[in-house]
Design a protein around this ligand. Structure first.
Ligand code: RB5
Length: 148
């Protein structure tokens, strides 16, 4: 299951991505917003972040105006590796090398055509593992150090 969410800056793009996911028969859970009203991105970033971190959803898509605020919010949740991307190479390599579990985009940055290409490669690229696993473990260690 894929989690998806946006604030008002990403609402229109979220709806366009949902239409594509429907066409692809990819299941998702929409964490809002459900109508285009001004909303604080941290609230949605947190909801999708927890859904992914707790394993309720395998991956997530988050969209705000720039993709930045909502990625900052999601990355506050332990276990989240959210990557804000606007180009194909980054969306691909954040899966290969960072094992990113949330893709963030800016609804005021990328158009629907680019966004769908980013989502497609993000969903269909596997983590490479190997030397990259050590680096992911180091990210987790930063989280663990702060729990002590
Ligand atoms: C909302 O106007 C905007 O600030 C928000 O969508 C996002 O771009 C923040 O990073």
């Amino acid at each position: 299951m894929l989690a998806i969410g946006s604030d008002h800056g990403g609402f229109e793009l979220k709806e366009q991505i949902k239409a594509w996911l429907d066409e692809q028969h990819i299941e998702y859970k929409d964490f809002g917003i459900y109508e285009n009203v001004s909303t604080d991105y941290a609230l949605i970033g947190k909801k999708v972040g927890y859904a992914v971190a707790k394993g309720e959803c395998e991956k997530g898509i988050l969209i705000c105006g720039t993709g930045i605020g909502i990625s900052m919010a999601a990355n506050k949740v332990n276990g989240v590796r959210a990557a804000c991307c606007s180009d194909y190479f980054s969306a691909k390599y954040t899966r290969l090398h960072n094992d990113a579990n949330i893709l963030c985009m800016g609804g005021r940055v990328v158009g629907p055509g680019t966004a769908i290409e980013l989502v497609d490669v993000f969903l269909h690229t596997a983590f490479e593992g190997g030397r990259h696993q050590r680096r992911i473990d180091q990210l987790t260690e930063i989280e663990n150090e702060q729990k002590k």
